[in-house]
Ligand binder design. Sequence first.
Ligand code: PMP
Ligand code: GLN
Length: 386
Amino acid sequence: MGTRPLLNRRLDGLGTTIFAEMSALATATGSINLGQGFPDTDGPREIAEAAARAVLAGHGNQYPPGPGIPELRQAVAEHQQRFRGLSHDPDSEVLITAGATEAIAATLLALLEPGDEVIAFEPFYDSYAACIAMAGAVRVPLTLRAPSFRPDLDELRSLITPRTRLLLINTPHNPTGLVLTPEELSAIAALAVEHDLLVVTDEVYEHLVFTGAHHPIAALPGMRERSIAISSAGKTFSFTGWKVGWVTAAAPLVAAVRTAKQYLTYVSSGPFQYAVAEALRLPDEYFDGFRAELLRKRDLLADGLEAAGFRVFRPEGTYFITTDITPLGEKDGIEFCRTLPERCGVVAIPNAVFYDNVEAGRPLVRFTFCKRVEVLEEAVTRLSRI
Ligand code: PMP
Ligand code: GLN
């Protein structure tokens, strides 16, 4: 095959995702997996039954409609109204995708020209770098720095150039747990309007906010026509394998994203779409109970990590805790995570892999707390021995 590398230059260096690598390490070593963010118990039984019923009734077993089944688009629109006070036309302003991952890919592939600059908070969720690269665009990181991880909005302004096309925001933020305040969102929105930028918000942890509240940027002046919100059922309903996500935005933006989405998966998750339509209509007790349970688990793991000697940045949202391993006499999170399974039988994720500016993330390590209480307790016991 000659000397030309098989993997194209755009994807050079992206290799295997850290989540796959660390989950494989957990399996190989029999470790407790506090790395990849997936729960070890499934979501509500009645929602699983709704999926099973849909399969048996022949709902969604053949290609569903390209934009998603009408029942789910309607349920997403109702959810946006109920929780965010935003009204969306289910036919033209909602698009169902194969998880938030496809929504991110389709959005970036649809909206970016090669050479466009995308400003995103780093640490970045890993698929952002890959999708920006696949679109031939250029990522420009705004580094979130410990201990607060709050974005420096003057720095954000200074990063905007005539080539900037899009701001890619994630709130609540994986892996730091940052939740943007209304003031921060307003400042970001004002910059977007001033510089005529698009804003994509990844809101997959929207129902896991422990401090403050989740606010949609789309509600702010001038943002309805320039913002695209992305969310998914995976985290909120603890069915990460179903891969049902959605995009909500003004009709011209949804039409653009739909064009790209048609040629990625075309459609996906037929029967699960029926089940997620039911899930989105669950009563408030479900959403409140889910958040309260995860809050207890956050504190269990955070207290345990603190007792074990980690510096803990208690997250405002998400189901991840970022820690600093420096107080343990450690410097390098990647090295630390590679050896942690053999040292104590726990797997974690090194935040450094989510940074261009690797130094800012070098001593930081992420643990997830979306696991059963007894699993978290055992993990804490093991970590206290390192
Ligand atoms: N964005 C962020 C910030 C995530 O943590 C994840 C992982 N759930 C995704 C997107 C992907 O979501 P999905 O599993 O729905 O594709
Ligand atoms: N969102 C999950 C995490 O951050 C992982 C999803 C994936 O494996 N791509 O852990």
